[in-house]
Design a protein around this ligand. Structure first.
Ligand SMILES: [Zn+2]
Length: 328
């Protein structure tokens, strides 16, 4: 009788130890979906950032880490203000040098490899392997290659897929393409967004407090022939069915600096056939699960091996020695 009781108590103790973290997790409200981003660039950080600083597009940040943090905070803001519950976290950034693969052409070929990963071309495999090794090391859901200015590669920014899988979750950005609406646009492709999901409209609005003028406005996914009005601006918003904007809003030329666009009357930024928010919201959770972040080093992890060790330890201690502790 007593041994049954001891076994029950021992089992309870084990369940308490092993089950405790899960109980805590179950009581915690679900966090905002986080997509971890690895950013790689082909030159030392200080050198790579310097031209952006000279252009005044560095948000006042002069260190790479602070710049990327601020830049992606803006990207997150574009998504969240549009109603998409996702946050982008630069989990790691690094200057890479793949000249060991091809000293003359690696910077250009890397763009090509990331844009065509689904083809698994033999010439691209060493590039994809190098990028995947870094991605796995840091648990990044998506990878962004922020290119050197005038590297001879594609003139446009690009995403590896429209709503593709884990093995196509790559973006290549031209040097100026690191700005928030372009970055939000290219990541939007990875999340399934298409140019036709965006809104292209016209309304009278002012830019940075100038005289309100009939102008073209666009949402982030829109790429289209301009309507031919005065200067057009990208609102830092995704289209959403039934959404409108009125008053002051963040806006810019596609690759330009942040401005304020002011609308005296509400304008539409979405309808049932122009609704990027519903598409992006539906896929954000999937993309956020492409890679698990490495566990924090200071937290105990009860994996299968750890659990076996715990059982052996408790067995070695002997059930009797546990009794006084259980009763105290
Ligand atoms: Zn596009």
């Amino acid at each position: 009788m007593q041994s049954t009781s001891l076994r029950t108590r021992l089992l309870s103790l084990l369940l308490l130890i092993v089950g405790w973290p899960q109980t805590i997790l179950a009581d915690t409200p679900p966090a905002t979906t986080t997509i971890d981003v690895l950013v790689v660039y082909p030159r030392p950080a200080e050198q790579h950032l310097s031209m952006l600083i000279s252009w005044g597009r560095n948000f006042g940040e002069t260190e790479m880490d602070a710049f990327l943090t601020t830049d992606f905070a803006h990207v997150t803001q574009i998504y969240q203000r549009s109603g998409i519950e996702v946050a982008f976290n630069v989990i790691h950034h690094e200057a890479i040098d793949l000249s060991y693969i091809d000293a003359a052409n690696w910077k250009v070929t890397l763009s090509s490899a990331l844009m065509n990963s689904e083809n698994q071309l033999p010439a691209h495999l060493p590039y994809l392997e190098a990028i995947e090794n870094l991605r796995n090391l840091h648990g990044a859901d998506i990878v962004i290659y922020w290119r050197e200015h005038g590297d001879g590669g594609p003139s446009s920014n690009g995403a590896g897929s429209i709503g593709g899988g884990d093995d196509e979750a790559y973006v290549q950005l031209t040097y100026g393409g690191v700005n928030p609406p372009i970055t939000a646009h290219e990541i939007g492709h990875l999340l399934g967004g298409q140019h036709s999901d965006g809104v292209q409209g016209s309304a009278s609005f002012s830019i940075a407090g100038d005289t309100p003028t009939l102008r073209e406005y666009r949402t982030v996914m829109t790429i289209a022939v301009p309507l031919g009005l005065d200067a057009y601006r990208y609102l830092w918003r995704f289209s959403a069915n039934g959404a409108t904007v009125v008053g002051d809003h963040d806006c810019s030329p596609l690759s330009g600096s942040l401005e304020t666009c002011s609308f005296a009357a509400a304008v539409g930024v979405g309808d049932p056939s122009h609704d990027a928010v519903s598409v992006l919201s539906a896929t954000a959770v999937t993309v956020a699960a492409f890679r698990d972040a490495p566990p924090p080093e200071d937290l105990p992890v009860f994996g299968g091996t750890g659990l076996m060790l715990l059982i052996l330890l408790l067995t070695g201690l002997g059930a009797h020695s546990l009794v006084p502790r259980l009763r105290s």
